[in-house]
Design a protein around this ligand. Structure first.
Ligand SMILES: Nc1ncnc2c1ncn2[C@@H]1O[C@H](COP(=O)(O)OP(=O)(O)OP(=O)(O)O)[C@@H](O)[C@H]1O
Ligand SMILES: [Mg+2]
Length: 322
């Protein structure tokens, strides 16, 4: 199928008219393989995204994140396996009307104003003329560019251009939005603002497929995450499940493998280093009881750390292991 994407925005393609299926997953990939020559950008990748879900798709550089999005939008064709978007084959024209897309790399015409960029994309997406002005104003406000609609793109900072790209992706209230590294040009305040936009999308029932290697923000907004490495999923599920069971590491002297009687009731014990006890399966609320039990055994506590502390730590563990 032929397809074209306008910078930062809505996708137009040529295909048969067919209504997207409102039930079932919005995105499904089953054993997807994408080969470029002998390299495999996707290597048996399977995933699903449910309606209204914020799905974080994480992986190191070159893992296959952008390739997966391009396949789902119909810009790249699978070498094997299958993919469906809104119950339709990737690139399906009607499905595309319900999809917003912020590409990883884009540039707008510098001589256009923000309003002109947005109106152009609204027109390309086939939006009726009467609805455009309100939709453009809503999208600009949502990304924090209200009042800047008459400014030319050429006068925008990189971060403002990225916000504009996000506004384009949100035009027409899509059911599903693909955001490929939406915060790469943004400062910490801008990143927090994008998180707020994603939360606003979730509140109005829009599903978000978020490609990112900025794990802190994924952690803060995603309902479910998948970690991809070398074109394969290495972990997927609710954040809590991907992070693994709760655990705590206690740096303690006087409580070694021979002096830990009774501590098994708190969880699975291990001693990864001298003077370090790890307890896996311990809920946070039980940490004071664990500490007291160690002190009663004659231990001197030097530090207590939950682990894994962040998605970043878990991500590095997962990527190293594959
Ligand atoms: N058009 C192409 N031709 C050849 N190889 C490609 C092409 N597009 C992607 N690849 C290769 O496929 C692999 C996955 O690339 P992809 O862009 O999907 O990674 P990514 O996870 O989005 O990385 P990043 O975090 O750097 O954006 C890489 O090894 C890349 O070199
Ligand atoms: Mg990419």
């Amino acid at each position: 199928m032929e397809a074209s994407v306008t910078a930062g925005g809505h996708v137009e393609g040529r295909g048969e008219r067919a209504g997207p299926d409102p039930a079932g997953p919005l995105v499904r990939m089953d054993q997807a393989v994408k080969r470029y020559g002998r390299a495999r950008a996707l290597d048996g990748l399977s995933l699903e995204v449910a309606p209204g879900e914020v799905f974080g798709f994480l992986g190191p550089n070159g893992a296959g994140k952008t390739t997966a999005v391009k396949v789902l939008l119909g810009f790249a064709r699978l070498s094997g396996g299958s993919a469906r978007v809104l119950g339709r084959p990737p690139g399906d024209r009607e499905a595309r009307r319900a999809i917003g897309y912020l590409p990883e790399l884009f540039r707008y015409q510098e001589w256009l104003t923000a309003n002109e960029v947005l109106e152009l994309h609204a027109a390309l997406a086939g939006q009726p003329h009467a609805a455009r002005a309100r939709d453009v104003a809503e999208a600009l406000a949502l990304v924090g560019l209200a009042g800047r609609g008459d400014d030319r793109v050429g006068t925008f900072s990189k971060g403002m251009q990225q916000r504009l790209g996000l506004a384009v992706a949100l035009l027409g209230r899509p059911r599903l939005v693909f955001l490929d590294e939406p915060t790469s040009a943004l400062d910490p305040v801008g990143r927090r603002d994008v998180r707020a936009v994603i939360c606003a999308l979730r509140d109005r029932g829009t599903a978000v497929f978020l490609n990112s290697h900025l794990l802190g923000e994924v952690e803060k907004v995603c309902d479910r995450v998948a970690v991809v490495n070398r074109g394969r999923i290495v972990a997927m599920g609710p954040l809590r499940a991907v992070l693994g069971p709760p655990a705590v590491r206690v740096r303690v002297t006087g409580v070694g493998p021979g002096q830990a009687a009774g501590l098994e009731r708190f969880g699975a014990l291990s001693f990864p280093e001298p003077d370090l006890v790890e307890v896996v399966g311990l809920e946070e609320a039980a940490v004071p009881d664990l500490v007291r039990a160690m002190v009663e055994l004659g231990g001197r506590i030097h530090a207590v750390d939950p682990r894994p502390v962040t998605l970043e730590e878990r991500f590095i563990e997962l990527v190293r292991a594959t």
